[in-house]
Design a binder for this molecule. Structure first.
Ligand code: UDP
Ligand code: MG
Length: 314
């Protein structure tokens, strides 16, 4: 029997866990033709989260857990989940029931049809402020404009991944992680499923704007080095202005037959040297970008099929 592994990062979620277990348990008992594993990653919770998980495990051996030594953040909790999973596929879910477990059968259905990455796209977001919705839309737009790899809009981490996506993700071991862009980067057959995102059932969101901004910057900088190119691009207009002004000054001095004025020379010098500086920054940025990409030590590609057989990328 195939095993489905549900990975749930949890940080101070004592209030949500009982209800979460109840809904998961009901669902797992309904789906008879699969084995299940619910893998909690306790991300250094300061409340009773781990005790509750341990109690759940006592009465239900499908519950597994990884307990972190401290709070490492959701991104790291997710990769730890991938490292410890025993499933043939994994499903990422939040502990606060914002991702309805009832969608799981549909995700599994598409997995059985041969899709490797079945991601749930929010058709609505209840209980979130317009500011959060607005900033997240803008963020996706910026991120997408910086890269050629297609990025899924309105998609969180709620998704089903086949074993080989898991193997692929396990090879991306960089420390500043942005799962969203990694899911896109590894590729494979993707399938979209729509759902309504519910408000959190209990407790409060662990995110604040500082964390979100950190995540956004990590997302952009871990994904693309194009911001480093800003400098290279800026030097071009600077040199253009320099050139135009130079021609203007020289022609004018001939026409009115007057030597070049001191202030004109100063403007020309400033333009010249700042242009050179910006250009040099750009060159350094280009090399820095290359070093950065190499130090990530990512594999260069993943193979989907070999001789008609799905590649597991062991
Ligand atoms: N989470 C985590 N570590 C953290 C912060 C959050 O494991 O440092 C977990 C949290 O327990 C929840 C999920 O990540 O299961 C999403 O967090 P939250 O609901 O607070 O984020 P939001 O849904 O508001 O984006
Ligand atoms: Mg939430």
């Amino acid at each position: 029997m195939k095993k489905i592994s549900i990975i749930i990062p949890a940080y101070n979620e004592e209030e949500s866990l009982p209800m979460l277990y109840e809904r998961l348990n009901k669902l797992m008992n309904e789906i008879k033709n699969y084995e299940f594993e619910v893998l909690f990653v306790n991300d250094g919770s300061k409340d009773n989260t781990i005790q509750i998980i341990k109690e759940l495990r006592k009465k239900d051996e499908r519950i597994c857990y990884v307990d972190f030594s401290r709070n490492f953040g959701k991104e790291v909790a997710m990769i730890a989940g991938l490292d410890y999973t025993k499933g043939d596929c994994v499903i990422f879910m939040d502990a606060d029931l914002q991702d309805p477990p009832e969608l799981i059968p549909e995700l599994v259905k598409y997995w059985e049809e041969g899709y490797d990455d079945v991601y749930a796209r929010r058709s609505s977001r209840k209980g979130e402020t317009w500011l959060k919705k607005f900033t997240s839309t803008m963020y996706y737009r910026v991120l997408q404009s910086l890269t050629r790899i297609p990025i899924q809009k309105d998609t969180g981490d709620f998704r089903l991944l086949d074993k080989r996506c898991v193997n692929a993700l396990k090879k991306l071991r960089e420390s500043q992680r942005c799962s969203k862009s990694m899911f896109s980067w590894i590729g494979y057959n993707k399938k979209e499923v729509l759902y309504d995102r519910d408000p959190r059932i209990a407790g409060s969101t662990k995110w604040n704007y500082r964390r979100l901004i950190d995540l956004a910057i990590d997302g952009i900088t871990s994904f693309t080095t194009s911001p480093l190119r800003i400098s290279t691009y800026l030097s071009i207009p600077t040199f253009l202005v320099l050139f135009v002004y130079f021609v203007y000054v020289v022609i004018k001095s001939f026409v009115v037959n007057m030597p070049i004025q001191a202030y004109q020379a100063i403007i020309l010098l400033i333009l010249f040297f700042s242009g050179i500086q910006i250009l040099l920054f750009g060159i350094i940025g280009e090399y820095l970008g290359r070093i950065f990409n190499e130090t990530k030590n990512r594999p260069l590609y993943f193979v989907n099929e070999y001789n008609g057989e799905k590649e597991m990328n062991e």
